[in-house]
Design a binder for this molecule. Structure first.
Ligand code: G
Ligand code: G
Ligand code: MN
Ligand code: NA
Length: 250
């Protein structure tokens, strides 16, 4: 298939890019880290979303080298940042089912010199469930290196609670669908409140994704959510260090 072939060409030509989306503390507004998002400008087609090409890469075998490129590039870039922020890298289900991921993470940390505490891997429940025993084995080994593990898109999988019980996650990333109408709909608010209570009783911080309005952020603050990410706080892009280190007066 044409697009599958173009993915291999892109790898060869180093034609992928990474953008970063800020994550902030809800109570203090401080930057807590950045999620790393992959971008591909496909020649003759323009930007293609990872939602469209990651599944194809999984089907056609390029996900291994693409995932390795993302991890290596993100760690190298972050290691040269003027501030030691954490980075959160998405890992696909197929990568998680492979023991090589453990060696890849170890090698990339070594080569980049990035402190393991600055790296977080985001995994989805669906990815874990595909081959649960193996996935948990891989995650335990990676966690033992000092890397943290977040559960991504939380609440949309079919057995969230069971997944939470089976692994000591370092963060819960609440799926952005929960933010819809949270400021007006009591049902939505009740669900968020329940998940935040769950996080507190397990001592796992919760990050809300897809925060687009001040009203949503206010609800999260009232309910004691730890961190937030979304267009209100910052769009995925390049980090403007000049702005961060010497904020303009507002
Ligand atoms: O901004 P956005 O369009 O980047 O991301 C769309 C989806 O693609 C999200 O579910 C996100 O987790 C996923 N995604 C983005 N970057 C990567 C990546 O480097 N690897 C994997 N496996 N998924 C990614
Ligand atoms: O599944 P994952 O959480 O990794 O997906 C990140 C995706 O969410 C990316 O496509 C990113 O561009 C998108 N995203 C980030 N912030 C927002 C937001 O505030 N609203 C919406 N609709 N999408 C967002
Ligand atoms: Mn993610
Ligand atoms: Na997510």
């Amino acid at each position: 298939r044409a697009m599958a072939h173009d993915l291999w060409v892109a790898l060869e030509k180093d034609a992928f890019d990474l953008v970063y989306q800020v994550q902030k503390s809800v109570s203090t507004g401080e930057v807590t880290g950045y999620e790393v998002l992959l971008r591909w400008d496909r020649p003759g087609h323009g930007l293609v979303s990872p939602t469209d090409f990651i599944p194809l890469a999984e089907e056609t075998g390029s996900i291994g080298p693409i995932g390795a490129w993302v991890l290596k590039t993100a760690c190298l870039e972050a290691a040269s940042w003027p501030e030691p922020y954490k980075i959160a890298v998405n890992v696909s289900g197929l990568q998680l089912a492979q023991l090589e991921l453990v060696d890849l993470v170890r090698m990339v940390l070594f080569q980049s010199g990035l402190e393991p505490e600055r790296l977080e891997l985001e995994v989805t429940e669906t990815a874990i469930i595909a081959d649960k025993k193996r996935a948990l084995y891989v995650l335990r080994q990676i966690k033992a290196m000092g890397v943290s593990i977040a559960i991504d898109d939380f609440g949309t999988g079919y057995s969230s609670l069971d997944t939470l019980r089976s692994f000591p996650f370092d963060k819960i990333k609440l799926d952005r669908s929960f933010m819809v109408e949270v400021e007006t709909n009591e049902q939505s608010k009740a669900i968020i409140r329940a998940i935040l209570a769950l996080g507190r009783s397990l001592s796992v911080p919760v990050l809300a994704e897809g925060v687009e309005t001040h009203a949503q952020l206010d609800v999260l603050r009232d309910e004691g959510c730890n961190e937030a990410q979304g267009f209100l706080l910052g769009r995925p892009g390049n980090i403007d260090w000049a702005d961060l280190l010497d904020p303009p007066l507002s």
